[in-house]
Design a protein around this ligand. Structure first.
Ligand SMILES: *[C@@H]1O[C@H](CO)[C@@H](O)[C@H](O)[C@H]1NC(C)=O
Ligand SMILES: *[C@@H]1O[C@H](CO)[C@@H](O)[C@H](O)[C@H]1NC(C)=O
Length: 710
């Protein structure tokens, strides 16, 4: 107590007013020990407070001269004395009166104006308002004149431990990996205490575990929760409930406390290997099962969870490693055995596989515990299935010469029933593939024979399908494609590749090539065609023409002399023998027609017609005049005819371009020479239908022209 007074006097020193803090009498303080804590405090607490005041005073010296303390939550029978104002001013004969104003003056704090005693007349709560700022003044009792300037001071509400610690964020959840070492930090929790943290121990918290030992511990000051046992096993117990207590007053008895719960979940680590439920699995599968079909599943159990339980499955040994495969199903965490290659009951009836499951995510900390894998044995029994016949080949290619004799055997297919109870097989031709019934097959031995003659030049390929049927079970059917190729035989003679017509110029020179011809042969010899050309034996010494074979298998015909004259001989016929290179060779005779023509000096054919050549010279002047006269006469008749038709209001029947074109062509074709008297038969003109049908070409043309111009 003397220390406190000394401290205060240092600070309270003001020239005008000295307020004497009268500590509340001890009789008000019950219980006694609590008042001691509050009023005198520990030396440390007091020093700290003084330090704070000194800092404040440095900036506001002269005003903050004091503070009073009043205990919160005090509820005695009398108002509690907070302190006393006193001035050392010599009052002389005057009586001094103390006046109080500011926070709570008169309502919370009451002053005895004579003695200067300040009482708290209400119960105070520090957590509600921790300090009050008031102003004190000494005045003349009579005149109310201030004897000195007003002075401000603070009444601090002193804390008592009236608030328990609280966990605001509880209840808590935390995780920690299983198998953690001792002292692994799990989480930390925090409680708050509303009491004054800087005064006394009312807010000084100490944490402890009420429930959850011996698994977890808590650091009393920091509230860090740690594992208290090493190697806790999730597979044994996964969840722990921890009850944590925070107690104020530094944990001493009499302090207030609050609790919360923390649920700790152990997370999984891979500390368990996979283990097959069975050391031997049996599966059976029909031999005709489709490739890729799942045959069976094997599963290695793993006490871990999630990816720590994941295993990859492998076939590591056995006599079926080539035929089977295993895939890992991550979802179901098992292995699926599938067929990779076809099975054959008749070849092998059972297989044994050694299957391994190995953890995918190994934790190196536990790899020393042994291999994180397991093996099992899988026995697969192949079941017999009734299978259709099997041909000796997936396809057949047969070749036959086109001149093969009817009923001759051109090939054979074979098939067998792969089943143990091998059934005999019958063969037939799928008639949809042999509509012409070109072939027959022997139902028992599969020999294919020729039913109708072949012609390679008609069809090279006969692609048919042969059906094999088991006699004991007609539903067991197989089909095989058989391609029959017809091979060439030299059964066609060569001939001219086209109908040639040769022209020979009257003014041509000896040795001139008149025409080049080539030959064709429907056959298709292996080494291609080679043709031989010759003149008929009796023509070998033909005085007029000769032949010359060209390198490209064609033939040139040459004139032997000049001076051919179409007046003398208009057309020559030259028979040529063409032979092929077959064995035996075939030959034929083709005749080339050579026409003698008049040509220009550079060898362009001008006219080959004997009459056309004669006509212009033979036509007299009189004949030409006669023709002209005829035309004029015709025109007159036509004009008359058309006029007549118009009077009758009958439309012309020629309507469209189609008819016009037809008529022009007819005119060109017939040409109506001077002897074509029928073309001028006027009788037809009198028939109205004549215009549409029988009108002579020339007249039609004239009509058309008129129709167009009108
Ligand atoms: C027949 O089969 C052969 C060989 O497979 C093939 O080359 C040919 O094009 C086929 N012919 C027809 C008409 O399908
Ligand atoms: C050769 O031509 C002459 C006339 O030009 C004819 O009389 C004769 O018969 C021809 N000879 C042959 C073999 O055609």
């Amino acid at each position: 107590m003397p220390e406190r007074l000394a401290e205060m006097l240092l600070d309270l020193w003001t020239p005008l007013i000295i307020l004497w803090i009268t500590l509340p009498p001890c009789i008000y303080m019950a219980p006694m020990n609590q008042s001691q804590v509050l009023m005198s405090g520990s030396p440390l607490e007091l020093n700290r407070l003084s330090e704070e005041q000194r800092i404040l005073n440095r900036s506001k010296r002269g005003w903050v001269w004091n503070q009073m303390f009043v205990l919160e939550e005090f509820s005695g029978p009398e108002p509690i004395l907070v302190g006393r104002l006193h001035t050392d001013l010599d009052p002389g004969s005057k009586k001094i009166k103390y006046i109080l104003s500011g926070d709570g003056a008169g309502t919370i704090f009451q002053i005895n104006d004579i003695t200067g005693d300040i009482h708290a007349i209400k119960r105070l709560d520090r957590e509600e308002k921790a300090e009050y700022t008031l102003t004190a003044q000494a005045v003349d009792w009579e005149t109310n004149k201030p004897l000195e300037p007003p002075s401000e001071f603070i009444i601090k509400v002193q804390d008592i431990n009236d608030n328990a610690p609280e966990f605001l964020n509880g209840p808590y959840h935390a995780t920690v990996p299983e198998m953690s070492i001792l002292g692994t930090s799990v989480t930390n929790v925090t409680a708050t205490d509303a009491d004054d943290p800087v005064y006394g121990n009312s807010a000084k918290l100490v944490y402890s575990i009420l429930e959850g030992q011996p698994y977890f511990s808590i650091e009393p000051e920091t509230a860090i929760i740690k594992t208290a046992l090493p190697n806790m096993d999730r597979e044994a117990k996964e969840e722990y409930l921890v009850v944590i207590q925070a107690k104020d007053m530094g944990g001493h008895s009499g302090g207030l406390s609050g609790t919360t719960t923390l649920t700790v979940t152990l997370t999984d680590v891979n500390d368990n290997p996979p283990k097959f439920a069975q050391s031997l699995y049996h599966f059976s599968v029909p031999e005709d099962v489709v490739l890729g079909t799942a045959i069976g599943r094997v599963k290695a159990n793993d006490q871990d969870i999630g990816e720590n339980a994941q295993s990859s499955y492998d076939i590591i040994d056995g006599d079926g490693t080539a035929l089977f495969e295993i895939t890992s199903d991550a979802q179901a965490q098992d292995g699926i055995i599938r067929l990779r290659k076809p099975l054959d009951f008749e070849t092998k009836k059972s297989y044994t596989l050694k299957v391994e499951a190995a953890n995918v995510h190994i934790d190196p900390r536990f790899s020393g515990r042994g291999p994180f894998k397991d093996t099992t044995t899988v026995k697969i029994v192949v079941e017999d299935a009734d299978e259709p016949p099997v041909f000796s080949s997936p396809t057949y290619l047969l070749e036959v010469h086109e001149n093969a004799a009817l009923n001759s055997v051109i090939g054979q297919v074979t098939a067998r029933d792969p089943d143990i109870t091998s059934s005999p097989i019958r063969f037939s031709i799928d008639r949809h593939t042999d509509l012409e019934r070109q072939f027959n097959i022997n139902a028992d031995d599969g020999k294919i024979t020729l039913a109708t003659p072949l012609d390679r030049e008609l069809s090279v390929w006969h692609n048919i399908t042969i059906i094999a049927t088991e006699i004991r079970n007609h539903s067991q059917i197989s089909r095989v494609p058989v391609a029959i190729k017809v091979l060439d035989v030299n059964d066609n003679a060569p001939e001219f590749a086209s109908e040639y017509e040769a022209f020979l110029c009257e003014n041509g020179k000896p040795g001139q090539v008149i025409q080049t011809v080539s030959a064709m042969d429907k056959d298709d010899p292996k080494n291609g065609h080679y043709f031989l050309y010759s003149l008929l034996p009796e023509m070998v010494n033909n005085p007029n023409f000769t032949i010359k074979k060209n390198e490209d298998n064609s033939l040139s015909i040459l004139a032997k002399h000049n001076g051919f004259n179409r007046q003398k001989q208009e057309v020559y016929l030259l028979p040529i023998i063409i032979s092929d290179s077959g064995n035996p060779p075939l030959s034929s005779t083709s005749t080339l027609t050579i026409r003698v023509c008049g040509c220009s000096s550079d060898g362009v054919v001008q006219s080959c017609n004997v009459e056309a050549y004669v006509l212009p010279i033979g036509l007299s002047m009189g004949a030409l005049i006669a023709i002209l006269a005829c035309i004029i006469l015709l025109l007159v008749i036509v004009v008359l005819f058309v006029t007549l038709r118009r009077h009758k209001n009958e439309p012309l029947i020629i309507k469209d371009d189609e008819d016009v074109r037809e008529n022009i062509i007819r005119y060109d074709d017939e040409g109506g020479g001077e002897e074509d008297t029928e073309a001028f038969d006027i009788a037809t003109l009198q028939n109205p239908d004549g215009i549409n049908g029988f009108l002579p070409p020339l007249l039609s043309l004239v009509l058309m022209v008129m129709h167009r111009t009108s």
